[in-house]
Design a protein around this ligand. Structure first.
Ligand code: DCP
Length: 676
């Protein structure tokens, strides 16, 4: 019998499951002789023994910390076992850890709505399961309660020496007079304990969990008692928990907003926010952020568990600390090629296995200048539409880098003093692919494909401000900046990122730290990015949709560099008078932005586009022999047909001709070439 979903969000049961010292556990499963020994996983480079990225709880007891290098760890704990991460393309290869994380996800996903939040973290919405249990087999009716559930920590319940904790927990779970919210949490405790045991049995990995009425509280709780334990936040314990919680520890307050709350309003703990009225917070931070702050001070968060088991973006990165900092373009290009290769490989397998495509390529880098008063200047992040194919990603990534570097170095790049050339050093590079969407399966409808594209989530609701930039070898004017460096996860030494949800704020030390994309507009960001938001929305026009399908087409095979792809054809097609209506609908977007959105993504097509830009909204401008017929041919036949019918009224010159007349199937027939 279907269970009615309670109206109030505090009657939900949400769990946050976090693997314990995850990479270490993966290595210990591979080498069982390491179990129980102080162990750490280190980056592959040899500098001072490599940086530690995961530390076992045995090693933590000896004082070993993740911030240490291998040599330091050995000094603190001579018996420590250091295991190097696997290496591929001269950098860390995290595939083993990713698949290990997927094993866990596939077990947890059976229990309810499941959101993979990072390589080793999952949110579960267990409301239905808890409701069912409460209806059919409430805890007080059970003969016995699982030992693992009885070991739970219940916030607000004191644990004095000599008490029989398990008995107290049993009483709490089985209280007949408990309010419904606590009863549901009691069921959640039993369900999560069972799931954790199942994960351990099937994968050999232990994990910890937080169980609460929302994601925010569940996440806070899961880290409170580790390893291999679970913590529950009853409604009655929320205020106490938040009253002492440092503001910066709260998800999304680790960055500028948290700092500003501290300095401008003297707010040091989440509980301190309670002294301000909602109106006051809104006055200071804007309507949405003000309300959001008012809510979190009370432990209220309406953020839903997203049913998502796959990452929201893919990334590949590497850091170059100390003397390994890159100082020449050729070195940067070498590494960008490696990173792009890995990214492309992951994109291809995502396409093959999950039928998903990504549409935005972003380059992040960290840098410093050799002698510069302006050295605090952040290296700007750049994005552009993503083209599938290793060489295209490599080319685009390098172009993005060069555009960013020009901006970073300033208009001259050379400082007058001493005629010495200003030099730069790159200490971290990463490329990532985001805005990943499903290719609709089992459908031949290109319109459905387009519809799904128009729902591509925009980053604009959070801090992920991305603008497409025109990549030209020479001009950086078209480039825009991803201003908030907080959107850029801090890169660990040999870092490869997989973003399961979009970042809002960095979580210290976890490069791919994933925070939810809860639509919490941050005044500083959202207001500065309104233009971008509008632009992003305009991308849902057919032009962008067409651009995206072009990307899909390009994924299967590298096209000749000299040929404009079907993307260009589509792009130009919609710029014709016949599609003017769409153009006019987007009148809020400055024409230059539109041009940027439709910009080509190679130096060749940049030239073509310049020409296109000049003659925009006039006529088709390609020579017939420039059209790469094979691109069109790669489309599934049904889509080709639909695409033809989609274009016919406007473009097909010989509409009366039958398809069987030999040449009618050529895409060129839909685009009568004009003289240049
Ligand atoms: N990781 C990384 N670089 C970082 C932080 C983490 O490569 N700067 C990797 C190694 C970790 C994994 O991500 O094992 C998960 O990170 P967590 O922050 O969840 O930490 P652990 O799982 O290692 O430990 P804990 O038990 O404290 O969660």
């Amino acid at each position: 019998m279907p269970i009615a979903r309670p109206e109030t969000s505090d009657a939900r049961v949400i769990a946050h499951v976090d693997m314990d010292c995850f990479y270490v556990q993966v290595e210990q499963r591979r080498q069982p002789e390491l179990r129980g020994l102080p162990t750490a996983v280190v980056q592959y480079n040899e500098w001072q023994g490599g940086g530690l990225i995961a530390v076992s709880y045995e090693a933590r007891k000896c004082g070993v910390k993740r911030s240490m290098r291998g040599d330091e760890a050995k000094a603190a704990c001579p018996e420590i076992q250091l295991v190097q991460v696997p290496v591929a393309r001269g950098k860390a290869d995290l595939n083993t850890y990713r698949s290990a994380g997927s094993e866990v996800v596939s077990i947890l996903a059976q229990s309810g709505k499941c959101e993979r939040a990072s390589i080793d973290e999952v949110y579960l919405d267990l409301t239905d399961a808890a409701e069912s249990m409460l209806a059919d087999a409430p805890p007080e009716s059970l003969d016995s309660i699982d030992e693992e559930a009885l070991k739970s920590h219940i916030l607000g319940m004191s644990r004095n020496e000599g008490d029989d904790f398990k008995e107290s927990v049993r009483d709490w779970i089985c209280r007949k007079d408990a309010d419904r919210r606590d009863k549901l949490l009691g069921c959640g405790m039993i369900i999560v304990a069972e799931l954790r045991k199942q994960v351990l049995k099937e994968t050999e990995f232990s994990c910890s969990a937080g169980i609460a009425h929302n994601k925010m509280l569940a996440k806070l709780a899961s880290g409170m008692n580790k390893p291999a334990q679970q913590t529950v936040v009853p409604y009655s314990a929320v205020q106490e928990l938040l009253s002492s919680l440092p503001i910066k520890k709260m998800k999304q307050l680790g960055g500028k907003l948290g700092t500003s709350l501290q300095t401008d309003m003297g707010v040091n703990t989440v509980g301190d926010l309670l002294q301000f009225s909602e109106a006051k917070l809104q006055e200071h931070w804007g309507t949405n952020t003000g309300t959001w702050l008012w809510n979190i001070a009370r432990g209220i968060s309406g953020e839903e568990v997203q049913g998502r088991l796959l990452p929201k973006s893919h990334g590949s990165g590497k850091t170059f600390p100390g003397p390994r900092a890159l100082k020449s373009l050729s070195n940067v290009q070498h590494w960008l090629n490696q990173l792009s290769e890995e990214l492309s490989e992951r994109l291809s397998s995502d396409l093959d296995q999950n039928k998903r495509i990504a549409s935005t390529l972003t380059l992040h880098a960290s840098a410093f200048k050799s002698k510069d008063s302006d050295s605090h200047k952040k290296f700007p992040s750049k994005s552009c539409p993503l083209r599938y194919g290793v060489t295209k990603i490599q080319e685009d990534a390098f172009n993005l880098f060069q555009a960013a570097l020009r901006e970073y170095m300033g208009p001259f790049g050379i400082k007058p003093q001493g005629n010495k050339q200003e030099t730069w050093r790159i200490t971290g590079l990463s490329v990532s692919a985001s805005k990943i969407v499903d290719i609709p399966s089992g459908t031949s409808s290109i319109m459905r494909y387009f519809q799904s594209q128009s729902t591509v989530p925009s980053c604009s609701a959070d801090r992920c401000v991305q603008e497409y930039v025109e990549i030209t070898p020479s001009a950086s004017e078209g480039c825009s900046e991803q201003r908030s460096i907080e959107t850029q996860a801090a890169m660990s030494e040999e870092d490869i990122s997989t973003h399961y949800t979009e970042n809002i704020d960095p979580v210290p030390e976890k490069d791919f730290s994933c925070q939810s994309n809860e639509a919490t507009p941050f005044q500083t960001q959202s207001e500065s990015s309104k233009g971008t938001q509008r632009k992003t929305q305009s991308e849902s026009s057919k032009g962008t949709q067409m651009k995206r399908i072009g990307r899909k087409i390009n994924s299967s095979k590298e096209k000749s560099q000299g040929m404009p792809s079907i993307v260009d054809i589509f792009k130009n097609y919609i710029a014709t008078p016949q599609s003017k209506q769409e153009t006019e609908e987007d009148s809020t977007v400055p024409s230059t932005s539109k041009r940027n959105n439709f910009s080509s993504r190679s130096s060749h097509s940049s030239e073509v586009n310049q020409e296109v830009g000049e003659r925009k909204e006039t006529k088709w401008g390609y020579k017939i022999d420039e059209i790469d017929q094979s691109v069109f041919d790669e489309l599934p036949e049904e889509i080709q047909l639909e695409l033809r019918s989609f274009m016919r009224p406007n473009k097909r010159p010989n509409a009366g001709k039958s398809k069987g007349d030999g040449s009618a199937s050529s895409i060129a027939h839909y685009f009568p070439p004009l003289k240049r």
